[in-house]
Design a protein around this ligand. Structure first.
Ligand code: DLZ
Length: 157
């Protein structure tokens, strides 16, 4: 199991008390290599606190914009202690980048105010592909791992 991206301030022993909680991951299908790297990081974390991959429900949505609807559906089921949303938006020549990114932050923020299962948003918003690689298991760590830790943490509040 990879621990090379583990943040130094992580209290893994404390987070192990989330091992009896129920989690779901909602992830986008755009930029699949980046998404898979983020998912690997997230599952690395969950394994470290004693939750195997097959205990976590995963819902795929077409793009990051649909993370809002996917999270809404999952949240409405009231089956989960916390939800992790994973997406990757990479700046291109189109203004889609800013509209999609802002919409996702706004939409997930709104869902987080309804008092149901909290949603942690792991949305990479990078200028180019290399930056996304760097943050999904590269030189800047793995945000999937970090956000999975945040998901466990919020489930304990
Ligand atoms: C359309 C689009 C573009 C240009 N770029 C991305 C991206 O970098 N990452 C991502 O997750 N999704 C992208 N999409 C797709 C939108 O999220 C959405 O799926 C479509 O606009 C359909 O609603």
């Amino acid at each position: 199991m990879s621990t090379k991206h583990r943040p130094s301030n992580l209290d893994l022993d404390k987070l192990k008390s989330a091992s009896n909680k129920k989690f779901a991951i909602v992830c986008s299908e755009w930029n699949p290599e980046i998404i898979n790297r983020l998912l690997d990081g997230a599952y690395d974390f969950f394994e470290e606190i004693g939750i195997s991959k097959n205990k976590i429900d995963e819902l795929k949505v077409p793009g990051s914009f649909e993370l809002i609807f996917g999270c809404y559906k999952v949240q409405s089921s009231k089956k989960y202690d916390a939800i992790l949303a994973i997406g990757s938006v990479i700046r291109g020549e189109t203004s889609h980048f800013k509209y999609i990114s802002q919409s996702v932050f706004d939409g997930i923020k709104d869902l987080n105010t309804n008092g149901n299962s909290p949603i942690i948003l792991c949305l990479l918003t990078d200028d180019n592909y290399q930056q996304s690689l760097d943050r999904s298991g590269g030189k800047h760590g793995n945000k999937g791992y970090d956000c999975a830790a945040a998901t466990a943490k919020i489930s304990l509040i």
